[in-house]
Design a protein around this ligand. Structure first.
Ligand code: IMP
Length: 431
């Protein structure tokens, strides 16, 4: 079983960091394959909280870490993240793909300008993600490999300054004057600290597979934020779904053995866009407070809602999930009843498939199945339950989990009932 992929099944923030941290105990290598510092993966070990934006979540387990070509890199954030880990006596054993694209400060500036000039803002993280991927696709981006050759770096920055200056002046009517020297100095400032990590990631992953090593491919964001399959245009600019794991790491599909969808027991979303099961009242507020549903990257309050089975079936289909991990089940503790959406009603008809047309999705009314809720416990009590294993879970929670398996038609591999590593129950190891 050499290669496992961990993919978000919802709108992100579903607990991938914790799942990757758990399963990486048996892995040799963890590869991040897309997204950038818009992501915020949290790992809690012995009460200590670690947040990663770019570094793969296998870092605490001291695994070989690879940032694949599909990731976009903010040099400053990456540099700081490495520095911060070093200050905690963790020295990341890191390889960064030479093909990964670089997010420059001008990309962040453009992200902000694009957001304010849109009629309906997407609510991006303003980390320059969209503009960086735009440059990649329009074949004018700056890659990590370019940092290593001063001539190429100089040439490319000249071209970037010329293009972006026109964009700023004529499209956004901005009076910002870009300086080639400033951008060059910015790149050089981080080059020395990062250059020893840059290399051929695809080759190293390939050799690791050939050598029988165990690998986790770690996605960021989630299926419903996917540029192709998500709620377009309220999406991110990359492919968190399974195809992105291949193109973003540079390996072939036959190497993948197991694909795991990570979901929360409920659904959250940050930013704009339709959200059929959103709870705007008291229950939504309770979930937000209890689940600490505030963005890891931006601190924004997350919109909260009941579990959406239509979206879950869709995510299972487009990724070909083998199994699910269900996170934050403890957060729903204490609710008398819990609901799962099993279909939508639209225009007098029952819809069972996730619609592409946002005008339809916006008007979809969830059809709910109501189940009994479960008791609320303290963090310590949940830990004790986790220690005893699956059978010790409240019966109502087990019924809820069975319903999820029935809807997705795949098994649950792992449940999480608290923030720490110890509050997990794993029913299936992956290696
Ligand atoms: P961008 O990725 O910053 O361009 O933002 C596009 C959309 O994706 C916005 O709705 C963001 O809130 C959302 N988004 C981006 N990254 C994450 C994430 O890691 N978790 C949850 N939502 C995200």
């Amino acid at each position: 079983m050499p290669c496992a992929v961990i993919v978000g099944a919802q709108w992100g923030d579903c607990g991938k960091g914790k799942v990757v941290d758990y399963y990486s105990k048996d892995a040799d290598m963890v590869v991040r394959y897309q997204g950038g510092c818009n992501a915020g993966h949290t790992v809690v070990v012995d009460g200590k909280k670690f947040k990663f934006h770019l570094i793969p979540s296998g870092v605490i387990q001291e695994k070989r870490l690879v940032i694949g070509n599909g990731v976009v890199l903010d040099l400053e954030v990456l540099y700081r993240e490495i520095d911060d880990l070093r200050s905690k006596n963790i020295s990341p054993n890191l390889l960064i793909s030479e093909r990964a694209h670089i997010t420059l400060p001008v990309h962040k500036m453009l992200d902000g300008l694009q957001e304010t000039s849109r009629g309906k803002s997407i609510g991006t993280t303003k980390r320059g993600i969209g503009p960086t991927y735009t440059d990649k696709i329009s074949r004018s981006g700056l890659r990590m490999v370019d940092l290593l050759d001063s001539g190429t770096l100089d040439e490319k920055i000249e071209m970037i300054v010329e293009k972006k200056q026109k964009l700023l002046r004529y499209v956004y009517k901005s009076d910002v004057v870009l300086s080639k020297k400033e951008i060059l100095d910015y790149c050089l400032k981080f080059r020395d600290g990062l250059k020893n990590y840059i290399g051929d990631a695809s080759l190293e992953i390939h050799n690791a597979i050939k050598g029988g090593k165990k690998i986790i491919l770690e996605g960021a964001q989630g299926t419903l934020l996917d540029i192709d399959h998500g709620t377009y245009p309220f999406v991110t600019s990359s492919n968190p779904t399974i195809g992105g794991a291949l193109t973003g790491s540079g390996i072939g599909p036959k190497n993948l053995n197991i694909i795991i969808g990570v979901m929360k027991a409920y659904v959250t979303r940050v930013g704009g866009g339709p959200f059929p099961t959103e709870l705007t009242g008291q229950i939504g507020n309770k979930i937000r407070e209890k689940g600490a549903e505030f963005g890891t990257t931006t601190g924004r309050p997350r919109r909260c809602g009941w579990l959406d089975g239509v979206a879950l079936r869709f995510a299972t289909r487009v990724n070909g999930f083998d199994g699910l991990t269900v996170m934050k089940l403890d957060v729903l503790g204490g609710l008398e009843k819990v609901k799962i959406c099993t279909a939508y009603e639209y225009d007098g008809k029952t819809i069972k498939e996730f619609p592409a047309d946002l005008k339809v999705l916006e008007k979809c009314v969830p059809v709910y199945e109501t189940l009994d809720g479960w008791h609320d416990f303290s963090e310590q009590e949940w830990r004790d339950i986790a220690n005893k294993g699956y059978d010790a879970l409240p019966n109502e929670m087990k019924d809820y989990l069975k319903k999820i398996e029935e809807i997705a038609e795949i098994p649950i591999y792992f449940v999480s009932i608290g923030p720490g590593r110890e509050s997990t129950i794993c029913m299936k190891e992956i290696f």
